[in-house]
Write a protein that binds this ligand. Structure first.
Ligand code: NAD
Length: 495
């Protein structure tokens, strides 16, 4: 089987002492081996990033911006190749893979504006003859650790801003779909990025720990599940690094009785089952206000899912592909099969669907009368399973959501502007949609959840990423002028 290796200082690298297997989830066939970096190999990547740092941070802003303009062009031009790589290792349908690429391109477009983004501030005459200005300087080598579910978009969330700010990067993509990161690194270099500025190490905890423990890595961006995010945050912070660690999610979509229920059902089906539910902003809980709303919604969602086409992501007819691994598929199935015993009502049982071949497919499930305390409600399932929680009032809906440990995204469906405005005010969640089920902010805003969905104080990409990937320096200046000087041992005052 072909071996997927690391990319260090512009070259393929890695002896592959340890390896993992990369499957095509649609066929279940093992298609590649992937090298798992040793501590030494990861340190080589960090050394390459450190060596590239002085020249890259000294590169003019205009030249840096030029790389992003060219990268944008290349991403658009090669999107079919890149989407095919995503689909063959992740399984999502090609149109979804292209959607991920286009959302990633937003971050490249944002980074191309770096000349504006890196402007400092200046105050003249803060004291007689004294001026103050601030500059934003790169933090140094940045470690980026990414999840399997967006093998292009999430690396672009991080690398575009980090590199634009003058940093160099060691990217550790998911070992489940590692090829897209190498393709991205090649495109960056084709766009003019010097070797060593973006290095890719493949692997697992060994590579991640080497990044977290290296004194040469100054900042860590992580996106993945909450248990790993917690440990990454603690270890990176204990080692004195700046860290942002985005975790898992359980996103609730509230449907008020006055909502357009057909539009809400369409939105719920799209947001729950798109990408087989393997999106951190997927809707996994439908909160129906009032039994009448719930009964109508459940019927409408059930009617719609009956018409979904599940199959190989390369088939243009497929609307939903397989899950990432066989083990994950079986775990998702266990939540559905266990739901009835927990007291919920399984309206559509996706585990009963049959598929040809050995792909990691599962049908979509709809589970009614779910409540907190049931595993199907409490856990992030990360599969095509939509739970319905029935509540009696708007207030109960808000209390339910605010009590969830996850707080990535949420949405309210209503025709009432007052209700929507109050929801925006009351809800304790990082990203909110009003009649928009997946409110992923555009690249000019930052992305991030609250509570167990993000550890650290900076959201990712957008303006907060410029803050995260730079250190501010403030310079106070006095130039000799013609006024006489004198000795003064008092504390310098600006008055
Ligand atoms: P994961 O936490 O298993 O893995 C994420 C990364 O961490 C991978 O690169 C993996 O190799 C590495 N890793 C795994 N175990 C590790 C360990 N013990 N020590 C160090 N590193 C380790 O997540 P995943 O399954 O790849 O991705 C799905 C998860 O990511 C879901 O929970 C999803 O909600 C979350 N996610 C969150 C966001 C967000 O923005 N909040 C976005 C995308 C995905």
């Amino acid at each position: 089987m072909p071996l997927i290796r690391h990319h260090i200082n512009g070259q393929p690298a890695g002896a592959a002492e340890r390896t993992g297997t990369v499957f095509n989830p649609a066929t279940g066939v093992a298609q590649h081996e992937v090298a798992f970096a040793t501590t030494d190999e990861t340190q080589q990547a960090i050394a390459a990033a450190s060596a590239a740092l002085p020249a890259w941070r000294a590169t003019s802003l205009i030249k840096r911006a030029d790389v992003f303009f060219r990268l944008r062009h290349l991403l658009v031009e090669r999107q079919d190749d890149l989407a095919a790589i995503i689909t063959s290792e992740h399984g999502k349908v090609l149109s979804d893979a292209k959607g991920e690429i286009s959302r990633g391109i937003e971050n490249v477009e944002f980074a191309a504006g770096l000349v504006h983004l890196l402007k400092g501030e200046h105050s003249e005459q803060v004291s007689r003859g004294v001026d103050v200005h601030s500059v934003k300087q790169p933090v140094g080598v940045v470690g980026c650790i990414t999840p399997f579910n967006f093998p292009v978009m999430v690396p672009l969330w991080m690398t575009a801003s980090a590199i634009a700010c003058g940093n160099t990067v060691v990217l550790k993509p998911s070992e489940k779909d590692p090829s897209a990161a190498l393709f991205l690194a090649a495109l960056y270099e084709e766009a003019g990025l010097p070797a060593g500025v973006l290095n890719v190490v493949q692997g697992d905890k060994v590579a991640v720990d080497a990044i977290l423990d290296s004194p040469d890595v100054r900042a860590v961006s992580f996106v993945g599940s909450t248990p790993i995010a917690t440990s990454i945050y603690a270890r990176a912070a204990a080692n004195g690094k700046r860290v942002q660690a985005l975790g898992g999610a359980k996103n609730h979509m509230v449907v008020m009785p006055d909502a357009d229920l057909d539009a809400a059902a369409d939105a719920a089906v799209s947001a729950a089952y798109g990408s087989a539910g393997e999106r951190c902003m997927a809707v996994s809980v439908l909160v129906a206000v009032g039994d009448e709303t719930a009964d109508a919604l459940v019927a409408k969602v059930a009617e719609r899912v009956a018409g979904l086409t599940i199959g190989d992501g390369t088939d243009a007819a497929s609307e939903m592909g397989p899950l990432i691994t066989r083990e994950h598929r079986d775990k998702v199935a266990s939540y559905v099969t266990g739901a009835a015993a927990e007291g919920a009502t399984v309206v559509v049982d996706g585990t009963a669907d049959e598929f040809d071949g050995d792909g990691f497919f599962i049908g979509v499930s709809l589970i009614d009368r779910v409540a907190p305390g049931m595993k199907v409600y409490d856990d992030e399932i990360f599969g095509p399973v939509l739970s319905v929680v029935r509540v009696e009032s708007y207030t109960e809906a808000v209390e339910l959501i605010n009590a969830s440990p996850f707080a990535n995204g949420t949405a309210v469906f209503t025709r009432d502007g007052g209700t929507a405005r109050q929801f925006e005010f009351d809800i304790e969640v990082g990203m909110v949609g009003v009649n928009v089920p997946i409110p992923v902010p555009i690249g000019a805003f930052s992305f991030g959840g609250w509570r167990n969905s993000l550890f650290g104080d900076s959201h990712i990409y957008g303006p907060e990423s410029i803050h995260f990937y730079t250190r501010s320096k403030v310079v106070t200046t006095r130039w000799p002028d013609h006024t006489p000087s004198q000795i003064d041992l008092g504390f310098p005052s600006n008055h």
